[in-house]
Design a protein around this ligand. Sequence first.
Ligand code: 16G
Length: 245
Amino acid sequence: LPSLNDGSASGGPLYVKLQRLIETAVRDGMLQPGDALPPERELATIADISRVTVRKAVQGLVTTGLLVQRHGSGTFVAPRSERVEQSLSHLTSFTEDMARRGMIVRSTWLDRGIYPPSPEEMVTLGLSSGEKVARISRLRVANDTPMAIERAALSIQVLPNPELVTLSLYAVLAEGGNRPARAIQRISAAILKEADAKLLEVPAGSASLNIERISYLESGKVIEFTRSIYRADAYEFVAELKLGD
Ligand code: 16G
């Protein structure tokens, strides 16, 4: 592990740099599932950063599921799951989620264009009468495995030209200064209809996790209303629960 505290401003905050190093080590097999991470104080010394920074980096990777902490015995690389584990506490895009795991993302376009909104889209996105909606529908594929069918409806104020979305919707939104700041997500179980099962390459009647995401800008304006159908055998959602009132 090199010293991270070389004073260079590139690559973002120190804890992010450390996270990238750990992610790369796991991806390249230098750290295997089940391997223990060196103790916090040792990591801090070799990387020449504070223990607080190490802790922040490690906590982040525990939340995203790459690392697990066992009380009293330390931090380990999480065992490889059959499913992709997705944290429920971070507002990330599919491209980011898969890239973090070193998976290659591909999308098959099902539809992309400007349409008159459905009554539901009109209400959810708060469109005024006559206002159109941008729709993008994709089959999302990671490492050649179809993961989800995603049908997104967006206000044309943030996505006037859906054709601009080639890889990542959130990247296009971010370029326009419209990266969602908050989202509400609902997950429910369902059985795949024949056409959707075919796209996802599973037998008709297989289970799916259906997700509805409504995303907001910092200002509180709704910009995205997306329905996703995830393969239940390929995806698993994980949330960290804290004691509260
Ligand atoms: C995620 C979001 C979806 C968003 C997409 C953007 C869920 C359930 N859905 O898949 O709402 O539109 O990311 O991904 O997480 P992109 O930037 O890769 O196109």
